[in-house]
Design a protein around this ligand. Structure first.
Ligand code: HSE
Length: 306
């Protein structure tokens, strides 16, 4: 194989209660990337569409991950990479993770599937270090594995795929303001009272149980974040109004997607998800802020060839 074109899904990290520990992949939104083997042993970013990102391989997340993998596998080829971003960096939808995980998946295919999902996640996490300074796994693991994932442990890395009811649908609103992950991480408290921790880990257990059992009430009741949301929501215009309107329209729960500014709602079935999209529109169309709304199933697969 000399060339591969891949789709790398957008992802929702944290999923309210699972800060840095949970994420899921969207089926209807993601980036397209093309990777072509070259004889030069050099990694070049030859085209970028849809975002203003660096072409220097060492400064571009895709370039960083590709170089790392070619070096690690002692590959005898280089790569030309074309990137089509279909959602914006700084959206909270795992833009850097899609570049990193899409690259990890594609390079692995070109290497003849040398590495497993866990190893690919580790490579992609180095892309996250380049993007925001932290080796976070929730977005990249969701983008590699697809579906819902739990990062059960960082040291050693342990990713647990969580079965997901097929009727679960996500509605996302992306206010077109940029919040840098690095900045949004600074407002999350470094320590929390044990009482808060108890409430938070009980909800993570509830959410995972609800996903396994297809218990939509339990999923909804567990979508509460006592750790990051109280501070981070202050960075997102109209967060409380969007949340209230979406819940009134049938959302099981609403939270911040990753580090924001995107907000996500989960609901049962496409009809409800579209009603929630209308409710979100109604809040934001009066706001004077540009925004995009997406309705998407949960992707059963992660990055894949197209
Ligand atoms: N878990 C990360 C955060 C996701 O909330 O900061 C952003 O990459």
């Amino acid at each position: 194989m000399n060339q591969i074109k891949v789709f790398a899904p957008a992802t929702v990290a944290n999923v309210s209660c699972g800060y840095d520990a949970m994420g899921f992949a969207l089926s209807e939104l993601g980036d397209n990337m093309v990777f072509k083997k070259t004889e030069t042993k050099v990694v070049r970013i030859t085209e970028i569409h849809g975002a203003d990102l660096p072409f220097e391989a060492d400064k571009n997340v895709a370039g960083v991950v590709a170089k790392l993998m070619l070096q690690h596998s002692e590959a005898d080829f280089g790569l030309d990479i074309k990137i089509q971003k279909n959602f914006k960096p700084g959206s909270g939808l795992g833009s850097s993770a899609a570049s990193a995980a899409g690259t990890a998946f594609a390079v692995n295919e070109l290497l003849g599937s040398k590495y497993d999902h866990l190893q690919l996640t580790k490579f992609a996490m180095q892309g996250e270090v380049a993007a925001c300074g932290s080796a976070i796994a929730d977005n990249v693991a969701a983008c590699i594995y697809g579906g819902f994932i739990l990062v059960r442990s960082y040291e050693p890395l342990d990713i647990v795929p969580i079965p997901t009811p097929s009727e679960l649908v996500a509605t996302i609103i992306h206010p077109q303001i940029e919040i840098k992950t690095e900045d949004a991480r600074k407002v999350v408290p470094e320590t929390i009272p044990v009482k808060t921790a108890i409430a938070q880990w009980a909800n993570v257990g509830g959410l995972i149980s609800g996903l396994y059992a297809g218990d939509f009430d339990l999923i909804g009741n567990s979508l509460i974040d006592y750790v990051a949301e109280p501070q981070r929501k202050l960075l997102i215009p109209h967060f409380d109004e969007v949340k209230e309107a979406a819940i009134k329209s049938g959302a099981l729960g609403v939270g911040i997607s990753g580090s924001g500014p995107s907000m996500f709602a989960l609901s049962k079935g496409m009809f409800m998800a579209k009603q929630i999209a209308e409710a979100m529109h109604a809040i934001y169309e009066k706001s004077g802020i540009d925004y995009a709304i997406y309705v998407s199933n949960i992707s059963k697969t992660g990055a894949r060839p197209i």
